[in-house]
Every structure is written in C-alpha cells, then in structure tokens.
Write a protein that binds this ligand. Sequence first.
Ligand code: C2O
Ligand code: CU
Length: 481
Amino acid sequence: MLLATKLSGRRRSVLAVVATLAVLAPIGFLWQRSLVPNDLSPMSMGYADYGGGPSSMHVHHATDVSQLTGPVDRTPDVAVDLVARKERFDLPGRGPTDGYTLNHTSPGPRIVAQQGDLVQVTLHNENIVAGITLHWHGVDVPNAEDGVAGVTQDAVQPGQSYVYRFVAKDAGTYWYHSHQVSHDQVLKGLYGILVVQPTTRDVIAAVHTYGQVRTVNGEYGERRVPAPGPTARVRVVNTDNGPMAVWVDGAPYKVLAVDGADVNAPTEIRGRSVLVTAGGRIDLEVPTAKAVRIGLGGGPTTLVIGNGDAPAGPEPAARVDLLSYGSPKPLGFDPAKADRVFRYDIGRHFGFLDGKPGLWWTINGHQYPDVPMFVVSEGDVVRMAISNTSGQVHPMHLHGRHVVVLSRNGVRATGSPWWTDSLNVEDKETYEVAFVAGNPGIWMDHCHNLPHAAQGLVTHLMYAGVSTKYHLGGAPGNQPE
Ligand code: C2O
Ligand code: CU
C-alpha cells in the first residue's frame, strides 16, 4: 500500500515535469522567435508579399535609397537650421514641461514654403542621446529625404547634422517629426508644422497633447488669432495619437482639403464636426466677419479667430462623412485594373514581442518583425484592403504616396476623391484604398498611434530594385518607432 502510494507519487511528479515541459517548450519557442534581432535590414525582415504580381525582387543593379535624394545642385528657396535639444520648456497657459525642442521651442519653427520651393532643412542634434531624424509627414518626398531611422538614413547622433532637401510640389498642410524612437520623441515635442501655400490667408491650428495637456500651436486654453481676411483657411493638424473632432462655433464652414489634398466641390457644413485622425490634417474654410471659435476635441483649448465674443458649443454629435462629401472627379487611373492587391489585416493576439509577453498587434496574422513587406514595381496600380479586428482604432499612415479611398465596409466612395495619408481605421472596419506606385523607395506603412507603432504595428512598402544600406538597430541604434 505504502509502496504503491510512493510509486504513484513518483509517477505523478514525472508527469508534472512532462506537463510543465509541454507547456513551457512552445512558450519558450515563441519567446525565442519573438526576439527582434539587434541589427536587422528592413529588406530581410518578415516575408515578401507580392500582392499577386510578379516576384521581381531579383534585380541586378539595385538602387540604394540613399541615392534617391532631392535636387542636389539647386539653391534652396527656404533654408532652415533646426537644433534639437532635450530640455525643459514652457507651455504658455500651463507652465514648464520636460521634453524635446527644435531651436528651443516645441512645436519647432513653422516652416512656410511656396508651392515649388526647394526646402532645405539642416538638422543638428545637440544632446539627444538616442539620436534623432525628421520625417516630413504627408509630403511625397524622394525616399532619401524621408527621415526614417534604419530605413532611409541612420539616426543623427549628438553633435551630428543631417541635411534634408526636397521640392514642395504640392500645396497643403503637413507636419514634421522625429522618426527615431518616435513614441517618445514626438510625444514630448519633437515636431513642427510645414505649410506649402498657394495663398496667405492662413490660420494654423496645430494640436498636440503634452502629457495630459492639450495645446493649440503649443499653447493651452482659449487662444486668439486675428482674422486674416473675410474668410480664413484654418489648417488643423492633429499631431496626437488619437482621433480628434473639429468643428466651428458661430459660422458654417467647408472642408477644403484632407491631408494636404484638395476636396473637389466642398459644400457648406452646419452642426457637424469633422474627424481629424492622428497624424491627419483637415483644412477648413471659415467666414471670419464675426469672431468664430474652432472646437478642438472639446476641453479648454480652442482657437478663436477674430475679435469679440465667439460662441462656444459642445461637440456636434453628427459627423461629416468624407466618403460622400464633395463631388466625384476622375482619379487619373483605374483601380479596377490593379497590378497588385494587398491586404493589411490588423489583429491582436497573445504572444511575445522581443521576449516580452503581451497582447501584440498582428499584420495578416503575423507579428513584428515577421510581418509582410509589400512589394511593388514602379508604375503598378496598387489596391490595398486595410481591415481592423484588433479592438482598437488605428490611424494608418503610408509614407511617400497618398492613397485614395475606394470604399469603407463595402460602401463605395461617392464624394470627392478622398486622398489621404492618415486614415482612421476603427475596430471592425475595412477600408479599400488604391494608388499608383510612382515614387520608388522603401516606405513605412504603420499605425500613427506611435506607441502602437513601437509595439510592432509597422511594416513597409518596397519597390523592386530599391535596397537600403541602413539597418534597424545596429551601431547607430536606429529605432524608428
Ligand atoms: Cu508621421 Cu511614419 O510618420
Ligand atoms: Cu494603432
């Protein structure tokens, strides 16, 4: 009896060890597989997804992204020197905060160019130990000017400089920000506004939240600007991680542009708000004969244009739907004749990311860095369905090319062509977008909720025949997110 108990006790403990191993071994395998290599070429992460087109990555003379620069010999029309620092700075209306500045301010200097100008920005890193870069969010720059550490350049180390040069081809509202450890650097202030203007009747409303403090143009509370004329073009820029509703109290308004691209035949809006996704820009036309207030997501920070009392109302519940706003016009290409069709399915699962257990984002069921790299050839008509079942909203941002929205949840777009570079994809939504691959390079395609990007919701679109000598990680410590 005693012997039998002992035997079965031993057998039980053997079984327990076996059972523990059976549980631990796969976990160990997943943990090990999730480790992100310390030095990783963007060209060899994950796997290539050819979207049904030819697998034409084997080209004899690959162009390195560093060769895809802006004009090298033209004299710049706008030349700016930016010195980046880690320091304490003042949020007017609120007080000092710790973060990052450009030329001692956050947001950094506003860069204003006329359409067609050659913009040259010399970035100096004074004391930011992790290194920095500047990305020109929404500007379709040549690839070498795109400012992504580990993909289009190395992070600029303390004491170093880097020169960006590009032609501001398209008038519009843009912004710039660090693309090195962006989830830290952008949040703490390393950004600024770039306007490429056809006109001067502008008001900027750049929204950024420092900690819990939402600001407009770097200032907290009700802020006032003079009316620039009988109407103002209000350029709203959402530099935060989440979507923000914008509306006008005291007057009807129009949406003139989305992400720097003009809306065709915009109509007057009353009693509705318009959503500006994280990273997105919306230009409003607002009559300013009387003072008007721009509502920015609710809360104490608003922008009043003009003198005198401006009514203040709550956020209108109804929203402008950009899928049906304005009037259609030809796209200039036929999305039905696509050379490549991709899907970008955003999900979430339990797993390990770089050895850390957690609920991590997935792309087409795969987790960073084992994600699809979308491969295209120059001139391809590309369609992509972006769908989201991850339980959270994701502002999806493709570098280098605007995309046009074809449909949302199967409902076709019927309004103005909706060209966008930052698209608010809610949970359970699917957007179909299209574009012509006309800007060779290796372009990030990621969530602009920057902590999400840092948690692996990031991949890229690469052109056959373009390679990069830069690496993620490596000696410069490149870490774009
Ligand atoms: Cu605002 Cu990858 O960018
Ligand atoms: Cu996200």
